[in-house]
Design a protein around this ligand. Structure first.
Ligand code: ATP
Ligand code: MG
Length: 629
């Protein structure tokens, strides 16, 4: 029979398969294993009922326990039981040859049922024989259709076979006349039709259920996969953050030791070595900071701290930070604030973060431009009396970004030029960080680019503005505290005073104490918070440099106790406490300030950063002398 004819027959019989062969195979597999279970259960049930017939007839004494009929009943029961056990043991075999075995079972049960009905009625009146035989076969037919899960051809063959057997048994009954045959055939036809409908219904229902459960499983699978991916992503981010954090601590020693080297005593060659070691250490530190920043932003752990600031200053200082690098490449760099209305004096936003974004964008512009200029232009459109739309464009005349890469540009670790052909450094996190920050601020960042012509990154933000001039010194002080904005300077600093250094790490404490002494201050040391509090009780210091994470008593608890001592003893003035921490992020600064510290210094710090920070609290003289780099 051709495939088309079979499928047509199947359609008529209501057993149309799924058009997707893979799906159909999957359905049939499930359908069959359900069927094999059914075979097992039904054989065991049949065995039990034959056993019951045998026992009841035997015990009630209507027949002997072992006459001919009883023996047949008994052996049929045993046969069914053995078959059921075989099905259970050879599930795989039965699944593979499902149609054949189930047809055999149905034939066998039809024959035995018919035969037993027949022998029971052999001497009975024709009507009784008729009803017993017919109901035995109708039952067998219904079972075949409703449960046996046969394909179309098997069903037809089986139907025909059973009808023939029924008629043969009928012929053996005396007085089974013509109308009796007719009725029997009609009843068997009706049973076939009913069975067919049953089969149709059960099949389409099974297919529907199959699809539903498949969909449900799919959704559950997807959900599980999504959860796994998210967990993996979180683990990755946490790993990155922990690694960067751990690497920062020894970096403190490296950078500190290098900056303590007395370069004047070195030969020109050694001085170059020291300089490249120091530059590399600083590069590494920048990368670590970037990874840490990204990890924190990714975990939404960064809080914005809006301040009022002067946009013109921000743009100018951001450009200034890259002037030297741009000049070295022969590039022009300029800030353009002509789009900022004169009456707008200050804006309110997290200036530190905005500056971080600008520095990232300008650094890219300088990095990926060989000739021409980099322009940072800002414009402010007033929306109402309080709010304005701030648009900052960072444009360059560089190599440009291919259209295909524009979409992926803000993905973490993505770089247009990747693999072995890369000629620029970096981690590919810069733009991912910018996007996260700007989105956190409620704004957007977009890119326009033409290959060989240049690229423009545009930030759009809605910010409150003010027309009142701000106190000029506020801005400056803020800049001094922001770690990225402290420019390298060739100055020699001299400070005076007593500093209590609380630091548990031997190397870090050694480097810091040497640096402090080279700055001219007297350094007292404590290895943990408890010792520090004890020393503080006995003696007054001008500044306390406090590590945050220490054994026995950490920095936060020590500061709490120091502040308690001060409040008890009114004669004592408040001593400035500067937190020293490897937690490099700007949000951590606020956390330290909230807990009673006055300032914040990120490890690793160099001599210059330490001097700038201490200079805010101690008397200081500065003389301009060129240092090694
Ligand atoms: P990182 O900023 O982490 O040091 P990076 O600069 O390579 O490294 P992103 O700032 O995220 O990483 O930039 C991603 C990629 O986008 C860059 O590698 C570069 O290929 C492309 N790109 C960014 N800015 C420009 C630009 N102004 N001109 C051309 N290509 C750019
Ligand atoms: Mg970059």
């Amino acid at each position: 029979m051709s495939f088309a004819a079979i499928s047509k027959l199947q359609r008529i019989l209501g057993n149309r398969g799924f058009t997707n062969p893979k799906l159909e195979r999957e359905f049939q597999k499930g359908y069959r294993s359900y069927g094999v279970r059914f075979l097992h259960i039904s054989s065991m049930l049949a065995a039990c009922s034959f056993m019951a017939f045998w026992l009841v007839d035997g015990l009630t004494g209507r027949r002997g326990v072992l006459d001919d009929t009883q023996l047949i009943r008994f052996s049929v029961a045993v046969l069914f039981m053995v078959f059921g056990q075989l099905v259970q043991h050879f599930k795989r075999f039965f699944k593979r040859h499902y149609a054949k075995t189930s047809s055999c079972l149905v034939c066998f049960s039809a024959l035995t049922t018919g035969y037993i009905a027949h022998i029971g009625q052999i001497n009975a009146p024709a009507s009784s024989a008729y009803w017993t035989l017919t109901s035995a076969f109708v039952l067998a037919t219904l079972v075949t259709y409703g449960f046996a899960r046969l394909n179309a051809i098997n069903t037809l063959l089986l139907g025909g076979f059973m009808m023939a057997v029924a008629l043969a048994f009928g012929a053996a009954v005396p007085d089974f006349d013509g109308p009796g045959y007719q009725r029997m055939v009609i009843h068997l036809f009706a049973a076939n039709a009913l069975g067919h409908m049953l089969h149709r219904l059960s099949m389409s229902r099974e297919r529907k259920l199959f699809l539903q459960s498949r969909r449900k499983n799919r959704v559950a699978d997807l959900r599980r996969m999504k959860e796994q991916a998210e967990a993996a992503d979180r683990a990755k981010t946490a790993f990155l953050a922990n690694m960067s954090h751990e690497i920062r601590t020894p970096m403190n020693g490296v950078i500190g030791a290098l900056s303590m080297l007395n370069v004047d005593k070195l030969t020109e060659r050694d001085r170059l070595f020291v300089k490249s070691a120091r530059d590399s250490a600083k590069n590494l530190l920048d990368i670590l900071n970037e990874i840490l920043d990204f990890a924190k932003l990714d975990a939404h752990k960064v809080r914005l701290t809006p301040t009022t600031f002067n946009l013109r200053d921000t743009i100018v200082t951001a450009c200034e930070s890259f002037r030297a690098a741009a000049l070295q490449k022969g590039l022009q760099i300029r800030g353009d604030v002509s789009g900022v209305p004169f009456e707008v004096k200050t804006l309110t936003a997290d200036e530190g973060k905005l500056r971080q974004v600008l520095l990232n964008l300008i650094s890219n512009a300088v990095k990926f431009t060989q000739q021409g200029e980099v322009v940072v232009s800002a414009s402010v459109n007033l929306l109402d009396k309080q709010n304005a739309q701030l648009v900052i464009d960072v444009s360059d005349t560089g190599m440009g970004i291919p259209e295909a890469a524009l979409e992926r540009l803000y993905q973490p670790f993505y770089q247009v030029e990747s693999g072995t052909s890369r000629s620029h450094g970096g981690t590919g996190l810069g733009l991912a960080i910018c996007k996260q920050i700007i989105e956190e601020m409620g704004g957007q960042i977009s890119t326009r680019s033409a290959i060989g012509v240049g690229t423009t990154f545009e930030i759009t933000l809605e910010v409150p503005y003010s027309t009142v001039e701000q106190n000029a010194t506020d801005g400056l002080a803020d800049q001094m505290m922001f770690r990225d904005s402290v420019p390298p300077q060739d100055q020699d600093w001299k400070l005076t005073g007593d500093v209590l250094l609380v630091e548990d790490n031997e190397v870090n404490a050694f480097i810091a104490s040497m640096t402090l002494e080279s700055l001219g201050v007297t350094c007292h040391q404590a290895r943990n918070g408890e010792v520090a509090v004890q020393m503080f009780r006995e003696k007054a210091f001008d500044v306390v440099l406090m590590d945050c994470e220490m054994p026995i008593m950490d920095g936060y608890e020590a500061v709490r106790q120091i502040r308690a001592i001060e409040s008890e003893d009114t004669a004592r003035e408040r001593t400035p406490v500067v937190a020293l921490t490897a937690h490099a992020l700007t949000g951590d600064r606020e956390a330290c300030l909230e807990r009673g510290m006055d300032d914040y210094l990120t490890k690793p710090f160099d001599r210059h950063m330490l001097a700038v920070t201490l200079g805010k609290w101690l008397p200081m003289t500065v003389s301009a002398t060129a240092t090694s780099d």
